[in-house]
Ligand binder design. Structure first.
Ligand code: NAD
Ligand code: GLY
Length: 373
């Protein structure tokens, strides 16, 4: 078992990364919250797959269960409102708490409901996807989508703890697992030389889900995220680095109406775009291209549902929360393990990047001249 602390003074909390310890979680929650009331929020897929786990936990914790529909397209104000209705129906008060059992969608919605209900009640995250383990369950960003933009409505609200058990990954579809690998690989671009080398040297083992390497990869990712969040909780500065590839990814997700391309897949394309733009904008030296290419090209390139329209993607980018004063800001690679936040990138350079990576698929970074999907 690994324990990492997100250091935020009186709001500090532990992230436990365990294996086959799911049955012990209720005991930890009881210790943390004594006999308080609780609602467990999950989705229909997890409720079915883990019905026995949920029933066993319910025996110990006596919670009310809220099962939401599965999928990013349900990450809406409507679903959030239904979660709040359940809190009200079960008369949760300010001293009660919420368990978010699921991937990033459940975690973001349950977290946002906990953030807003009675101006904020406690919640814990139990991530069940790789993406949620390495990223979304940690750091306190909670939100729902709006048709005009990803995660447009939300709040910063830190959980009281995160319990991530690798055994949940046994049922995770490969496509979702690869999406999680994308978020894990992201830390190679922002988390320093050591994690960059670790991911580069173990990329295939990570993708194959080799248990020891995966545990180490999750641990290093969470350590990186905990460090960054501990230094800049509300994204006044360096936390923006965690959005490497995300300005492009969120625009793609919005363009496709939050269907057909999952977040981690959009992120693979987003990181390719960030590298291409970094190359065009010269934040990244050509000497590092080969290393970055080696890293990203390990991830299978997902098919895009249909050809995207660069001008619409460009417009969608202005809904990005890093945009400020009508100007876009991009997180671009520099040396291995390091990225920089860049303002004032010309529209032409961004459009050329979108065109070459996503439409013509002739990115200089990818060094390929044939369409990839
Ligand atoms: P998800 O929550 O939609 O889960 C992916 C799919 O896997 C779903 O169909 C889900 O039902 C299924 N699933 C979950 N656990 C499973 C398991 N153990 N076995 C089988 N199936 C399982 O998607 P995600 O990739 O976990 O998260 C993506 C979301 O996270 C996006 O909305 C993204 O914006 C958000 N996100 C938030 C942050 C943050 O800091 N808050 C960071 C990154 C991403
Ligand atoms: N995933 C971006 C963040 O947590 O800041």
């Amino acid at each position: 078992m690994n324990k990492i602390t997100v250091g935020l003074e009186e709001r500090s909390y532990p992230v436990f990364i365990t294996e086959k310890m799911v049955t012990t979680f209720p005991c930890s929650f009881k210790e943390l919250f004594n006999k308080k009331k609780c609602v467990l929020v999950t989705n229909s897929t997890i409720a079915k797959l883990y019905s026995k786990v949920i029933a066993a936990w319910q025996q110990e914790l006596n919670f009310a269960l809220h099962v939401m529909s599965d999928g990013e397209k349900h990450k809406t104000v409507k679903t959030w409102n239904e979660v709040i209705d359940t809190f009200i129906a079960h008369q949760l008060d300010r001293s009660d708490y919420v368990i978010a059992l699921g991937g990033g969608v459940v975690g973001d919605i349950a977290g946002f409901a906990a953030a807003a209900y009675m101006r904020g009640i406690d919640y814990v995250q139990v991530p069940t996807t790789l993406l949620a383990m390495v990223d979304s369950s940690v750091g306190g960003k909670t939100a729902v989508d709006h048709p005009r933009g990803k995660n447009l409505i939300g709040a910063f609200h830190q959980p009281r703890g995160v319990w991530a058990d690798l055994s949940f990954l046994e049922t995770l579809p490969k496509r979702e697992f690869i999406g999680g690998c994308a978020e894990l690989f992201k830390y190679g671009f922002i988390g320093g030389q050591e994690i960059f080398s670790f991911i580069k040297n173990n990329s295939q083992k990570l993708i194959d889900g080799e248990a020891d390497v995966l545990m180490e990869g999750i641990k290093k990712s969470v350590e990186t995220k905990a460090r960054i969040v501990g230094e800049d909780e509300k994204e006044a500065g360096n936390r923006a680095l965690l959005n490497f590839g995300h300005t492009f990814a969120h625009a793609l997700e919005q363009f496709y109406g939050f269907e057909g391309l999952i977040h981690g897949e959009a992120l693979i394309w987003g990181m390719l775009c960030a590298c291409e733009l970094g190359s065009r904008n010269m934040t990244m030296l050509s000497t590092h291209k080969a290393e970055y290419r080696k890293l990203l090209c390990q991830l299978p390139l997902p098919a895009l549902p249909y050809e995207p329209e660069p001008h619409l993607l460009y417009r969608a980018m202005f809904a990005d929360k890093k945009a400020s004063g009508g100007k876009l800001r991009f997180v671009l690679p520099s040396v291995p393990g390091k990225a920089v936040v860049v303002k004032d990138v010309s529209e032409k350079r961004v459009m050329d990047t979108l065109e070459s990576v996503l439409v013509k698929k002739t990115s200089a970074f990818l060094n390929r001249s044939q369409p990839l999907s």
